[in-house]
Design a protein. Structure first.
Length: 342
């Protein structure tokens, strides 16, 4: 039979772990800390996540071995053999769950997790020997072998949050079919197109360093502001941009993905955060979000040095029939000027 004191030692070790976890909570834990509030709100999953993040091991292995022999014998002896085997080392990366923003750094997260009550997990293994019945006077030697498996966690690596990368770029208008350049965006009483790249406006956008593409990004210029589109035709002619056309503008920023905001007594509707950027192809695309939340197919056209989003191509061509120069559908791409990792 295993010594009874073995369970006591293991329980003492578990108590020591609890004591260590409690010591980490002696620091001040503000009740209004936003990360701590989030962890408590997600209590169903945050306890397991924080226990794994802080590297709390399985603390208790309890084994009960009870051999029973019913017999009339001249001599009975027992040998108990205990074999302890260690499973292979487990190395895990703490990956942020979907409900936890990656903007929280590992140090801040470690402090917040330490403020939670995190009792260590307890693993219990129970084994009872078989009953042996002997009817003849014989000498019986029974060997009871109990294998105790332990899990050794030697490395707990916290995966760092991705770093934001700010890119400063110049935006080029390109003929969609031919792929040839029309020029670069610059500020001439609003965004316009010039063939002189040195006069082009410098725009900025930010993506995490682990992403090669992003949507609903804000493209900002200084001076200028947020790059967007206005529906600026007379309200008696159209209700929404998808029924007619608008123009490229520097606009008041809206929340990413928001429906167009109405200004000037209903004459203008705009959406500024409509940009999608691909850092591999260098292409920039946009999407108009209608006031009913739908995503109509809006094309982008170049006319007389300006860019216009077009919903109804036939009506747009009729309205611009007197324009000088070509009227051609375009796409946008960027040239990288500077990249900064925060």
């Amino acid at each position: 039979m295993l010594p009874k004191t073995a369970g006591g030692v293991l329980l003492l070790q578990a108590a020591s772990l609890l004591s260590g976890a409690a010591a980490r909570c002696l620091r001040t834990c503000p009740a209004d800390d936003p990360l701590l509030t989030l962890l408590r709100t997600e209590s169903d999953s945050s306890s397991d996540f924080c226990r794994d993040f802080l590297g709390l091991p399985i603390s208790t292995v309890e084994t009960t071995v009870t051999p029973t022999v019913v017999a009339t014998v001249t001599e009975t002896s027992y040998m108990t053999e205990v074999i302890t085997e260690a499973d292979e080392t487990i190395t895990r990366d703490n990956i942020y769950p979907t409900w936890l923003p990656i903007s929280y750094g590992t140090k801040y997260l470690s402090q917040a997790c330490s403020c939670l009550s995190l009792p260590p997990a307890i693993s219990t293994i129970r084994s009872t020997a078989d009953v042996v019945t002997v009817t003849n006077p014989v000498t019986i030697t029974k060997t009871i072998t109990e294998t105790i498996h332990t899990i050794a966690i030697t490395t707990v690596t916290a995966k760092p949050a991705p770093n934001p990368v700010n890119r400063a770029v110049k935006i080029e208008a390109v003929r969609k079919n031919a792929g040839t350049s029309l020029g670069y965006l610059y500020n001439s009483n609003g965004p316009a197109v010039t063939t002189n790249i040195n006069s082009a406006t410098l725009f900025e956008f930010t993506l995490p360093d682990d992403k090669s593409a992003g949507s609903q990004l804000r493209l900002s210029a200084s001076p200028g502001g947020a790059l967007g589109f206005n529906k600026d035709s007379h309200p008696s002619n159209i209700v929404e941009l998808e029924d007619y056309y608008g123009s490229l503008k520097f606009v008041t920023p809206t929340e990413p993905g928001a429906i167009p905001q109405t200004v000037d007594a209903g004459k203008n509707k705009y959406e500024s955060d409509i940009w999608t950027v691909d850092t591999e192809t260098k292409e920039i695309s946009w999407q108009w979000i209608a006031t009913d939340g739908s995503l109509p197919d809006i094309k982008l056209y170049y006319v007389s040095g300006r860019l216009y989003p077009v919903g109804d191509l036939e009506r747009f061509m009729y309205s611009t029939s007197n324009a000088i120069g070509e009227r051609v559908e375009v796409k946008l791409r960027y040239t990288l000027v500077e990249e900064t990792i925060f």
